[in-house]
Design a protein around this ligand. Sequence first.
Ligand SMILES: N[C@@H](CCC(=O)N[C@@H](CS)C(=O)NCC(=O)O)C(=O)O
Length: 228
Amino acid sequence: MTEIVVHGIAFSPYVRSVIMALQIKGVPYRVQLIELGAMPGGLGSAEHRQLHPFGRVPILDDGGFRIFETQAILRYLDARFPQAPLQPTEPQALGRMCQAIGILDCYMFSQSIRPIGAERVVKPALMGAAPDEAVVAGALPATAICISALERVLGSDPFLAGEALSMADLMIAPQLHLLSPVPEVRAMLEGTRLLAWFERMLAHPAMAATPPPAELGLPVSLRQLQAA
Ligand SMILES: N[C@@H](CCC(=O)N[C@@H](CS)C(=O)NCC(=O)O)C(=O)O
């Protein structure tokens, strides 16, 4: 088999989604970390942009075939390694999966995860810098809309697309994990079915096997989340 390489940065929830999929499918892989900072080969450098023209991660390299955009990577992996399928075939389940991924990619990442995650989690933990609270406050209304939209997609099922784990769960759970230490987000999740889903996802072997860097201080269980 050709070597599968995931190019990424350590705390990226999108990169984690790809690694989780590879683990669930039992496919061997190697992670190639892209350094943070202005250096040759670093995030956003000319070398990085040769792999990803928008300077983002993850990028998957399968024996020279390169692909970026997490949901494209996951669909590619699902076709390439059909064991443990990650996409439902039933029309409504498929629609729900795609809708949840659309909520993340079109609204939630840019309007909620990126600003709040950067200010309240990444900046203080990795750079020792104080959060810009105006940025956080500005992102909270969109966060509430995203959580309520995902709650509606989930309904009363165990997973976002219905009875079975899908790409949508692998994409949303690591993102929510990044925001889970944020008190305002925890308050929004309180009493929701999405919180029960998140607890199930935190206990999933692929989540447990891909912990974010310890410096971020993310909870590993709901109990730890509630105690924080
Ligand atoms: N739509 C892209 C989003 C990827 C993305 O934004 N990744 C973040 C890390 S979670 C990133 O590369 N951030 C680096 C930056 O913004 O400079 C995907 O699905 O892969």
